[in-house]
Design a protein around this ligand. Sequence first.
Ligand code: PDD
Length: 285
Amino acid sequence: MGRTFYVNGEFVAEQNAKISVLDRGFLFADAVYEVSTVLKGKLIDNKAHLRRLARSLAELSMAPPYADDEILAAQMKLLEMNEIDEGLLYLQVSRGVADRDFAYPANAKSSLVMFTQEKSLLDSPMAKQGMHIISIPDQRWKRRDIKTVGLLAPSMGKQAAVDAGVHDAWMVEDGLVTEGTSNNAYIVTHDKKIQTRHLGHEILSGITRTAVLKFAKAAGYTVVEEPFTIEAARKASEAFITSASSFVMPVVNIDGVSLGDGNPGPVSLELRQIYIETALQHQDL
Ligand code: PDD
């Protein structure tokens, strides 16, 4: 049996999971989304994801399609129906269906779609080998703190990485790293400080970022929330990324330059382990 999808209150098979061509998510990328991790059949840090969803909606004056407890109930039912043990739950809210007009329609009803995707997350070959990345110019819009589905610039970045034979790209603006195509970016300095860009309109406030910085401080690391250059990253002791789908993933090569001995660094691996161990014990981090 195929996967069950959720579309505006209905649990349906893929061939029946449809939205209108007039949906503003389709026409204007007028939609926001969240990706939550599923480990051992449970959603990780989902409350934080729903909080960020509410913030994205508010920033765009988009009405929430349902109350949080209703969304949560639908999420749980979808996980159960799809019997998913490890992977991701994708959730998207669009402003809804209306005749094409740039201004927000007065009466559109926001829509909610969700699906699950099985993925092996804990046992990751990439975590053992580390990622190779390239740097690219950040070509995105200026409100990256809102998690919209306007993802063409990051898709182009990811494709540039694939074409270059590497795993991902870090985006650079005004000489400073903003973030990865779908993750937050970090370096570990030679005096073992963990550095990542401060929050603002320039980057997404990652749910994994919040948890990992908390764990890093609890483990005794100094965290510096300041932007860094790509040159500083190439000379760093270690580098890593964080996201719901990758947890903490070591970066071992930037623009063809190996970091340290070219293997995943100890700080990145320690933070990955702490994150995974905590997530397996607690749903909210
Ligand atoms: N991406 N920055 C960007 C631009 C992202 O798209 C993401 C997440 C993150 C990390 O956020 P979080 O820790 O909340 O996953 C940072 C998701 C996973 C995606 O688009 O698939």
